[in-house]
Design a protein around this ligand. Structure first.
Ligand SMILES: C=CC1=C(C)c2cc3[nH]c(cc4nc(cc5[nH]c(cc1n2)c(C)c5CCC(=O)O)C(CCC(=O)O)=C4C)c(C)c3C=C
Ligand SMILES: [Fe+2]
Length: 428
């Protein structure tokens, strides 16, 4: 850790805010003085209150605490941009993998606080590559969160227990079954380790993934990645519900990041669930879903609304006037998306959705290569995503979408002071 790193550790211990409303840039963070930290420590309780208020609703450029009981980026209010990356581990050396996870943890703590990695982009030796690539210099933390997850192949790949982790694989980390209509590209699926980077500034998210990949050189290689914009789900019900690329409000009936009871019941894995090292963690399912925009755009408004079971303008459930009015499933068509995805149609199953829209240019036939990068967190994918996706086999929307990429990852609990990402898996 650099001096700046020690200061950051001290900040996290004292609860001193990394910045106030995003006014401190990375450059200014490096100049954050030890004296001000002492003042912060003396102020103790008052600053703790500031920190927890900031945690609930930080300003757009602000920072989200990296350490805590749960990883940030799950219950955290959804940021504007996504850079998701899935990595293959290219070494068979467990010690190297653990060493990299330690380096990643230090780098993630720095970047989420708005600091540069190590000696920064220009602070090191002139004859060596800089510790940080530099494109986030001068930018605020932008509510960057980095969330790590471990894929099934980290535990066993092609019958090989490469890292002695096979017996540690959680029962809930199942291989996703084939669903009707799936057209999955192996080059956009799977991976041993995934990192979800979310931030309000795409440059900050891209910088984070780029630097983790750089640090991991020789240990991991990027298998596939996805950029996303225009969050399609909100975890803050008071905020305006965002719209997806079909033009509908998306995320109305999501689990709120502040709803402790629902999070404990449906999102956070518990000690009694079978894998003690996952307690406080969650399971992430990522699906790249292509949306056939051009076909959709030739569909009548009534048909579009029937497909979702909600109105396009207000987002009201069928037969109701306002977005938050009570849902009556019987008023929707039997194959309406909301009717089939609703907990009442799935034995009470609920997931926390955190997806983003994507457009990757056009597909060579003049059609927009666009869709939803669907991300869902849940306590158990067998009763979460899998259950709901099986129900969606009869979804009227299937004519307009296709699942083309897929991944499932066990996201360990949050990082405590002095520990590294996934330590419980390797040392528990
Ligand atoms: C397996 C889970 C789900 C997939 C895959 C999925 C794809 C998908 N969804 C939309 C648009 C909307 N979804 C909405 C609601 C909704 N969707 C799911 C699950 C999956 N969606 C759930 C659990 C719910 C909530 C159901 C409820 O309890 O009422 C809505 C309505 C607004 C809302 O509540 O969010 C929209 C719109 C798209 C476009 C899509 C794939 C491209
Ligand atoms: Fe949906």
């Amino acid at each position: 850790m650099t001096d700046a790193g020690s200061q950051e550790d001290a900040r996290e211990r004292t609860g001193a805010p990394a910045e106030q409303g995003g006014r401190l840039s990375r450059r200014r963070m490096l100049g954050f003085s030890g004296a001000s930290l002492l003042v912060g420590a003396a102020a103790g309780a008052g600053l703790d209150r500031v920190a927890s208020a900031a945690e609930e609703k930080p300003a757009a450029g602000g920072s989200i605490p990296f350490r805590g009981p749960h990883q940030a980026g799950i219950a955290t209010p959804v940021q504007d941009r996504l850079h998701f990356a899935s990595f293959d581990v290219t070494t068979g050396d467990r010690a190297k993998l653990v060493g990299m996870l330690k380096e990643w943890t230090a780098a993630a703590a720095a970047m989420t606080a708005g600091r540069a990695i190590g000696q920064g982009a220009v602070g090191g030796l002139a004859v060596a590559p800089p510790d940080d690539t530099g494109e986030a210099e001068g930018l605020p933390p932008s509510r960057l969160t980095l969330t790590i997850g471990f894929g099934p192949t980290l535990f066993e790949k092609d019958g090989k227990d490469r890292f002695g982790l096979k017996a540690r694989r959680p029962a809930a980390l199942v291989d996703l079954p084939h669903f009707p209509g799936d057209n999955l590209d192996p080059a956009r699926s799977g991976g041993d380790i995934a990192v979800q980077a979310c931030a309000d500034d795409p440059q900050v998210a891209v910088h984070a993934i780029r630097n983790l990949a750089r640090i991991g050189f020789g240990v991991v290689a990027v298998r596939w990645s996805q950029l996303g914009f225009g969050k399609t789900s909100s975890t803050t019900p008071d905020a305006q519900t965002p719209r997806n690329l079909f033009g509908f409000k998306d995320g109305t009936e999501n689990i709120a990041g502040t709803d402790r009871a629902l999070l404990d019941r449906h999102v956070w894995a518990a000690a009694g669930d079978g894998s003690g090292w996952m307690a406080g963690g969650s399971y992430m399912v990522a699906r790249r879903i292509r949306m056939h925009i051009e076909t959709w755009d030739r569909t009548s408004l009534r048909e579009q609304e029937d497909i979702f079971g909600r109105s396009k303008g207000e987002g009201a459930p069928a037969g109701a006037a306002k977005e938050r009015d009570t849902i009556v499933l019987a008023r929707m068509k039997p194959d309406a998306h909301v009717r089939l995805a609703h907990p009442d149609s799935n034995g009470g199953s609920r997931i926390l959705r955190r997806g983003y829209s994507f457009t990757d240019g056009s597909d060579g036939l003049g059609r927009l290569e666009a869709g939803l990068f669907f991300i869902a967190f849940q306590r158990d994918p067998r009763t979460g995503f899998i259950r709901i996706q099986q129900s969606l086999a009869g979804d009227a929307m299937n004519e307009y979408i296709q699942h083309v990429g897929s991944g499932i990852y066990a996201c360990p609990p949050g990082v405590k002071e002095g520990t590294y990402w996934g330590q419980g898996l390797f040392e528990g």
